[in-house]
Design a protein around this ligand. Structure first.
Ligand code: R2B
Ligand code: URA
Length: 388
């Protein structure tokens, strides 16, 4: 057999084994759901309290209803456990377009795409600020620019998790950044977030006093996401490193091209070189609030950004738009692979699979389309899908 043929056979074998795992995992979910139906939904009614509840505002219990103003929903008119109880991944990114694209992409990647015409509903449309799309256990939400914007959203998303009694959800922010001494197009997973003075703390003014919160991120989650990078297939580097979170794109990131600039090119150069010397790999604008709020809630969090330029070489983003669009998909690919791996290839699944194998189950025979029906809760009636 020629080398090409061999490669192709290998790829096909790997795709077949991946598909098998997806089908197995989905039929297992279906088996569980059927069992729950047979048991009169007893199990579903016995949902545990959310583990984070002890860390949150005790007054939440008394809010009847709790109004999540910026998401345009409240606990009286939305049944949170029913609508959001199965959420395991909350993926956040700057814009509506990116998050809508990611929602469709992840739907395909985790095998929940029923047909090409499936349409998702923006669940936060009534709030007129953020956009939110749910694909089975994945919630995709836009966060706008900067710490104030993402922190408002995080307060409300954490309350969504609490009201829905979600168990151990993982939060991931994906986005763009300026690289420090890295090749443009490189993906950087943050090990921790620091402020402009390189302190690993998110400072907020509360009643006139500065409150500091640790801005640590989950080390294992960062490693797990990095492991989803395939050096043979992905023609870019993925690294783990420290991230500087600025509260502005121009002066806050020591750019020379803002409407105002009161430092010299030499001062800019020496600040960025100081960052490089301190192992800072990138600059973006939300990681401090993201890290502080997720860790206060005991939520595992990661920040995955692609560098649009190397700030040691310039300030303006000159790369053509079509290339930038390709680069923006890199964090999405890694995160979708991570989700797929957790959903379909986790150790506990393997253990359960062995048990299942001992006692073959009728419902194993369901097709992938049938099993998807169980997760179609937020999908609208099919309408023609636009070309992407
Ligand atoms: C990266 O890019 C945006 C600014 O252009 C900001 O949201 C960020 O963190
Ligand atoms: N986003 C930022 O915040 N900074 C950059 O330089 C690029 C994207």
């Amino acid at each position: 057999m020629s080398k090409n043929c061999n490669d192709c056979a290998c790829r096909l074998a790997s795709e077949v084994s991946q598909l098998k795992a997806v089908v197995n995992a989905q039929s297992k979910t279906l088996t569980k759901l059927i069992k729950q139906m047979k048991d009169g939904c007893k199990k579903a009614d016995e949902v545990k309290e959310c583990a984070m509840s002890g860390l949150l505002n005790p007054c939440l219990k008394c809010l009847k209803p709790d109004i999540l103003y910026h998401l345009g929903m409240d606990t009286e008119t939305t049944d949170f456990p029913k609508v959001f109880g199965d959420v395991r991944f909350v993926i956040m990114g700057g814009t509506k377009g990116r998050m809508e694209h990611f929602a469709y992409y992840v739907m395909q990647e985790i095998g929940l795409k029923i047909n090409a015409a499936t349409q998702l509903r923006d669940m936060a449309e009534a709030g007129n600020r953020f956009s939110m799309f749910k694909v089975g256990p994945v919630l995709c939400v836009s966060h706008g620019i900067g710490c104030p914007s993402i922190s408002i959203l995080l307060h409300e998303l954490i309350k969504v998790m609490y009201h829905a009694k979600c168990q151990d959800p993982v939060f991931i922010r994906m986005g763009t950044c300026g690289g420090i001494g890295v090749e443009p197009g490189t993906v950087i997973i943050s090990s921790e977030a620091v402020d402009g003075r390189l302190n690993p703390a998110h400072e907020i003014l509360v009643q006139g006093a500065i409150e500091r919160y640790d801005s640590t991120l989950d080390e294992n989650l960062a490693i797990d996401i990095k492991l989803c990078h395939d050096p043979c297939k992905d023609r870019y580097e993925t690294i783990i490193g420290k991230t500087l979170c600025a509260h502005d794109f121009y002066e806050g990131q020591s750019r020379l091209d803002g409407a105002f600039c009161e430092y010299t090119p030499d001062q800019k150069k020496s600040y960025l070189e100081q960052l490089e010397g301190q192992d800072i790999k990138n600059i973006e604008m939300e990681s401090l609030a993201f890290a502080a709020l997720t860790s206060r809630a005991g939520i595992r969090g990661a920040v995955v950004c692609v560098a649009l330029l190397n700030r040691l070489k310039g300030d303006q983003i000159q790369t053509p738009n079509d290339v930038l669009c390709k680069w923006e998909k890199r964090p999405q690919e890694l995160i979708a692979r991570y989700i797929r791996k957790v959903l379909y290839f986790s150790d506990s699944d393997e253990a359960e699979e062995m048990e299942d194998d001992e006692e073959p189950n009728e419902s194993r025979k369901v097709s992938i389309q049938e099993s998807q029906g169980a997760s179609g809760d937020t999908q609208k009636d099919p309408e023609p899908e636009e070309e992407e």
